[in-house]
Design a protein around this ligand. Structure first.
Ligand code: NAD
Ligand code: TYD
Length: 362
């Protein structure tokens, strides 16, 4: 039986990962430590409440005594660190919160994990892994014709979110170099799929389109992201956990290059097909250009040669197949969607982020 401590497992990628890993392996036990911020939702894991392999701890990675107790009481084989403030737009309005969680929180977790690891017997010590989940945004922004980011691209974060993740990555790297602590970093591109909090682009556009609300496109909509279906990310993380080399980092991405406008149009076309009787067909009529995000990165793209060549990972879903699954998920999980959209934190965010954005000409 292997025991994994997961932080931030009630969020989008963490909850998908917990579902994925428990469906793949019967001999895994999970402890999920999550502060349940606006982005954490215990409903994402409600089907595991009675599963003896799963334990939830409601708590913050900045609570030192809590971390100490967890590492005293639980025999942990691996730590997977998802917990973070993850939304660029929120980092623009509240950058200090991002430093607290993504930098100090990571520092606290590293300190306690490393103390625990130092006490292990030699065999457990050598198989222990600390997997730190990071982002492509630490590398900054690319022009349209520039080559994709590799693992050796210098860090050049542009938003407070990206800077706080970069700082967390540097701390993780320093623990390997200073103490030999067996940490691995993964830098992944934009994920999409079920259980994503509906203030990120794809679930926001799906839920707004279904109810006939405007689909806000920042600036000219020509920004480019490298979208990856979340299950492909989960498979990559499992692969890196099992086969990755401590001290290394691995880029993960979907090899997609649509503009934001193109991806919103794809969602609209798929909704036209899935909901032909909707009064909002064609959904693309709802597209609404709004004021741009300050410092908006133009393009991200990941070179995934290393993880593919060394560990044999490749994404399974194309953007089209992944989007169809995702849209189907949001249409089929109305209870989850309505309960998330109905939360006060979500309504407050919509007011704060969109009411001040003026209309821009197309
Ligand atoms: P999310 O915002 O959906 O979830 C974050 C989770 O962390 C939530 O459950 C929240 O309650 C928890 N959390 C926040 N602060 C905490 C704290 N101080 N202590 C304990 N728990 C806390 O994020 P996500 O999209 O699932 O992203 C997970 C990780 O993957 C993050 O580290 C993010 O930087 C990284 N990442 C995300 C993407 C993406 O496209 N979503 C892409 C690449 C990397
Ligand atoms: P987002 O989902 O916030 O992820 P990230 O900022 O981490 O890439 O945004 C994805 C892209 O979509 C990004 O270029 C910003 C853009 N975007 C919009 O155009 N409108 C919106 O309402 C949102 C939330 C994002």
């Amino acid at each position: 039986m292997k025991h994994i401590l997961i932080t931030g497992g009630a969020g989008f990628i963490g909850s998908n990962f917990i579902h994925y890993i428990l469906s793949k392996s019967t001999d895994i036990h999970i402890t999920n430590l999550d502060a349940l911020t606006y982005a954490g939702n215990p409903e994402n894991l409600s089907n595991l409440e009675l599963d003896p392999r799963y334990k939830f701890i409601h708590g913050n990675i900045n609570k030192l005594q809590l971390l100490e107790d967890i590492f005293q009481e639980t025999p942990i084989d691996h730590v997977i660190h998802f917990a973070a403030e993850s939304h660029v737009d929120r980092s623009i309005t509240d950058p200090l919160l991002f430093i607290q969680t993504n930098v100090l929180g990571t520092a606290n977790l590293l300190l306690h994990a490393k103390r625990y690891w130092s006490r292990l017997d030699p065999q457990s010590k050598s198989s222990f892994r600390f997997l730190h989940i990071s982002t492509d945004e630490v590398f900054g922004s690319l022009e349209v014709d520039e080559p994709a980011f590799t693992e050796t691209t210098p860090y050049a974060p542009n938003s407070p979110y990206a800077a706080s993740k970069a700082a967390g990555d540097h701390l993780v790297r320093s623990y390997f170099h200073t103490y030999g602590f067996p940490a691995i970093i993964t830098n992944c591109s934009n994920n999409y799929g079920g259980y994503q909090y509906p203030e990120k682009l794809i679930p926001l556009v799906i839920s707004n389109a279904v109810s006939g609300k405007p689909l806000p496109i920042y600036g000219d909509g020509k920004q480019i992201r490298d979208w990856l279906y979340v299950h492909d990310h989960c498979k990559a993380l499992h692969t890196v956990l099992e086969q990755g080399t401590p001290g290394e980092s691995y880029n993960i991405g979907g090899d997609n290059q649509p503009t934001n406008l193109e991806i919103v149009q794809m969602i609209c076309n798929t909704l036209d097909e899935f909901l032909p009787k909707s009064e909002f067909v064609p959904h693309a009529n709802l597209i609404d250009f709004v004021k741009d995000r300050p410092g908006h990165d133009r393009r991200y793209a990941m070179n995934t040669t290393k993880i593919s060549r060394e560990l044999g990972w490749q994404p399974v879903e194309s953007l089209e197949s992944g989007l169809r699954k995702t849209i189907r998920w949001y249409l089929d999980n109305k209870d989850w969607v309505n309960s998330t959209l109905g939360k006060e934190a979500h309504r407050n965010w919509l007011t704060q982020n969109y009411e001040s954005r003026e209309e821009e000409d197309k």
